[in-house]
Design a protein. Structure first.
Length: 417
């Protein structure tokens, strides 16, 4: 990856002829927020975020690191540095530690994980530069190159099962070396980031780092930051992923019968309700999936069925369904959150069209021993707006932008003249 060096030359060169604000690529920067496009890879149902202008990194909300295969010559990080201590903060379970070898000076080893296969590896901790656009919340403004972002090298094979266009993985979890934390501290940004996943591979969604507003085109354009509902983000002692405090599920406004306690995580960090961009569909432990499926089947019993399509447990003949602004007209699903708010899932996020006249309930059975009780996956997050406010440990969300007549693909990526 190109260092910021080239950009700094550009900056120095143009310094005397043009004011820094129009010099283009610069660091340090005055940016208050950054924006990057998020692309859906339809063959894997994963999402990538463009860092370094157009290089695609798999968006991993639960990942603690930025990682990619490094060139043979790359900088290393000393073992006794704070960056190395931060890299060791969340050692992935079942990933063997490499004994510190007698290399002098000692260089830091990191443990990158593929979020889909959960395969892990060990490789050098390094640093790289990251290039993003600053934004005023309405358009991209100037290009900002952020130098010396701590990241991990990884063997090429660790990219298996990820989108073909991906050159690495961008972890956005709550950890010192995740991309948001490093951008906040290097650019003095407000400690919050937002993601808005697109529902197709055609037009990108957007990720924001830093302060609101976050405008999406509509008639008139709407600042989504002003439309959010907030809920607490929980911290799992064992991993840096984002967890919600959920109290239950409801279908058609009726609670699904299961023990609410099943949604909590235990002292070992097992269970809980996690948000993941690496799971294509919301995954429920069998103890919750079975009563949930039964409740959805009962609430849709008048609708003709279509043959089941894996991995789904219930499919409907979509020719019999009406459509609404928020997708097929089917009973709504509520994730009931602590504090009495609901994350409401409408047809566009609950049913997936699998062929011309078949639409399936896009939730999957994670088995009786699933690591989390519930993982809210990508399909349920598309065209939702999620603001991770890390300073206040809360999530601002709008479960569907379709309800306010816009989509995640309506950020105006045209650079202001
Ligand atoms: C790390 O170790 C090197 C060599 O042993 C030493 O020179 C340096 O001061 C140490 N740095 C810190 C932050 O402890
Ligand atoms: C949340 O959802 C439940 C179940 O559908 C419902 O009973 C409750 O009234 C909803 N709360 C709000 C604030 O909408
Ligand atoms: C859906 O219903 C239509 C009209 O009744 C029928 O022609 C079609 O074969 C059905 N499709 C499936 C997949 O069941
Ligand atoms: C997108 O932003 C550009 C630059 O500000 C502006 O000229 C254009 O009208 C905007 N597009 C829409 C559809 O508003």
């Amino acid at each position: 990856m190109a260092p910021c060096f080239l950009f700094l030359i550009t900056f120095t060169f143009t310094f005397f002829t043009t004011p820094p604000s129009v010099a283009g690529k610069q660091f340090p920067s005055e940016a208050k927020a950054l924006v990057a496009p998020i692309t859906k890879d339809v063959s894997t149902s994963l999402y990538t975020v463009a860092l370094n202008t157009d290089k695609q990194f798999v968006l991993d909300l639960a990942g603690p690191l930025l990682w990619f295969p490094c060139p043979p010559e790359h900088p290393t990080v000393p073992c006794n540095s704070t960056a190395c201590a931060a890299a060791g903060a969340f050692h992935p379970p079942r990933c063997p530690r490499i004994a510190a070898i007698d290399k002098q000076p000692c260089t830091c080893t990191a443990y990158p994980v593929n979020p889909v296969t959960t395969m892990c590896s060990s490789d050098d901790l390094t640093f790289t530069s990251v290039t993003l656009s600053s934004t005023d919340g309405k358009n991209p403004t100037t290009v900002v190159c952020v130098p010396e972002v701590v990241s991990s090298c990884a063997p090429k094979g660790l990219l298996n099962s990820l989108p073909a266009a991906a050159v690495g993985v961008a972890g956005l979890a709550r950890s010192g070396l995740a991309v948001p934390s490093q951008l906040f501290s290097k650019l003095y940004l407000k400690k919050q980031f937002a993601i808005c996943l697109p529902s197709s591979g055609v037009a990108p969604g957007a990720a924001f780092f830093g302060t609101e507003p976050f405008y999406f085109l509509a008639a008139p354009p709407v600042d989504v930051a002003a439309r959010l509902t907030y809920t607490t983000l929980l911290r799992n002692p064992r991993n840096p992923a984002y967890y919600l405090e959920a109290k239950g599920l409801a279908v058609n406004r009726e609670a699904v019968p299961f023990l609410a306690r099943m949604l909590e995580f235990d002292s070992l960090g097992h269970g809980g309700v996690m948000i993941s961009t690496a799971a294509p569909y919301t995954t429920l432990t069998s103890h919750i999936y079975r009563p949930f499926l039964k409740a959805f089947a009962a609430a849709t019993k008048a609708i003709p069925r279509a043959p089941k399509v894996k991995p789904f447990g219930l499919c409907l003949n979509s020719t019999a369904l009406g459509s609404t602004r928020v997708g097929y007209g089917v009973p709504q699903i509520d994730v009931m959150l602590a504090g009495g708010t609901n994350w409401t899932i409408f047809g566009a996020n609950s049913l997936k069209q699998v062929d011309k006249d078949t639409a399936c309930l896009a939730f999957v059975d994670g088995g009786p021993k699933a690591e989390q009780a519930m993982v809210i996956g990508g399909y349920q997050l598309e065209n939702s707006f999620l603001l991770f406010d890390l300073a206040r440990s809360r999530l601002g969300f709008l479960s569907t932008l379709l309800g306010i007549m816009t989509t995640c693909s309506n950020f105006n990526f045209t650079v202001q003249a």
